[in-house]
Design a protein around this ligand. Structure first.
Ligand SMILES: [Zn+2]
Length: 208
């Protein structure tokens, strides 16, 4: 009995002791349980040593929160192996990483990722799945000068995407600027060939 110490009013983590709850005889020892109010509003009875040792610091809600965080981490981890995750990071790098080889066509031209996506892969993934994303598809900006945002993006096959880009890029031909699609028609050469030449030799071009 000499060791008894009233913990009423003391705070342990999120728990505030509001009074003694019960005394339990365990062999020769007496153990006290304290009625505590958690910051979240729950009431919980906790044994003295669990409180004073710092073993218990909430009604259990801290653990629940931690579990939620762990679950989200696991979720992210799981998704980090997917193509969609790489699409997401590729997009961010093109727009914000000066060392990215494509930065010149994106970040440097002022193309940004909307806040909703920029700060949350989950938001991006939700939009993707609700808007026809399938493995093998690429994200495609409808307006080549527009940003990565829901109203300006869709999922296309790599071929479509290439063609879209081609129809948005002007190349100089006989003193005039024409799209790659138009040039392939003028020259009566396959679109793919012209596009590849444009990529390979860097035909003088002017982005729309
Ligand atoms: Zn709580």
């Amino acid at each position: 009995m000499a060791k008894f110490k009233d913990l009423t009013g003391q705070v342990f983590g999120k728990l505030t002791v509001i009074g003694i709850s019960k005394k339990v005889q365990s062999g020769k020892r007496e153990r006290y349980y304290w009625r505590c109010r958690c910051d979240c509003g729950n009431i919980k009875d906790v044994r003295t040593d669990c409180l004073t040792s710092g073993y218990v610091t909430s009604c259990g809600c801290i653990k629940k929160e931690q579990d939620k965080i762990n679950l989200t981490k696991f979720h992210r981890h799981k998704l980090s192996n997917t193509k969609l995750w790489h699409t997401y990071y590729g997009m961010l790098h093109r727009c914000y990483n000066k060392d990215d080889t494509h930065y010149g066509n994106y970040g440097e031209r002022g193309i940004v990722v909307c806040d909703d996506w920029k700060h949350s892969f989950d938001n991006f993934a939700r939009w993707a799945i609700n808007n026809g994303y399938k493995q093998g598809l690429q994200i495609d900006r409808i307006n080549n000068d527009g940003n990565y945002e829901p109203s300006n993006c869709r999922w296309s096959t790599p071929k479509d995407n290439c063609r879209n880009r081609g129809s948005n890029v002007l190349v100089e031909y006989n003193g005039k600027f024409v799209t790659i699609v138009e040039l392939s028609e003028i020259l009566n050469r396959p679109y793919k060939e012209i596009y590849q030449k444009y990529r390979k030799y860097g035909i003088k071009r002017k982005d729309l």
